[in-house]
Write a protein that binds this ligand. Structure first.
Ligand code: HEM
Length: 107
């Protein structure tokens, strides 16, 4: 998929997070167990923090032939690109208009 050896900053960051997360999941037996995570999310146990990377890794564990590691990386990079400029531009616009129209900040 082209990201496995990519030297782009986003791909490097995503690969580092995947490597760290894999280590965390090995250390935390509870967190590496998908059923425990789902039960926790349903309110039956201690809440477990889950994000899109943990969900992609769960999908990889469930079906490694369909969601290979390269696909986990591609999905992670896609979300990072999709979510960064969009969020930055939205926040920029929100603060620009708040500063331009300070009266709207008053409750
Ligand atoms: C203010 C912030 C955001 C805006 C304005 C925004 C806007 C959009 C829009 C308009 C689309 C549809 C594009 C199309 O189908 O033509 C889209 C798709 C998508 N966005 Fe966002 N987005 C934002 C934040 C995020 C974040 C934070 C993420 C991920 C962490 C994200 C991930 C995605 C993905 C993966 C798609 C493709 C979904 C699909 O069709 O499979 N977006 N976004």
């Amino acid at each position: 998929m082209g990201f496995t050896n990519s030297a782009s900053a986003v791909a490097i960051f995503a690969r580092d997070r995947m490597a760290n997360r894999a280590l965390d999941m090995q250390k935390e037996a509870n967190v590496s167990d998908i059923k425990t995570m789902l039960d926790a999310e349903a309110g039956n146990g201690v809440p477990v923090k889950r994000d899109f990377l943990s969900r992609f890794l769960e999908a990889h564990k469930k079906d490694p032939s369909f969601i290979g590691e390269d696909r986990v990386l591609a999905l992670t990079v896609a979300n990072m690109f999709a979510g960064s400029d969009t969020t930055a531009i939205t926040l920029l616009a929100v603060f620009y208009y708040l500063v331009k129209h300070p009266q709207t900040c008053r409750a």
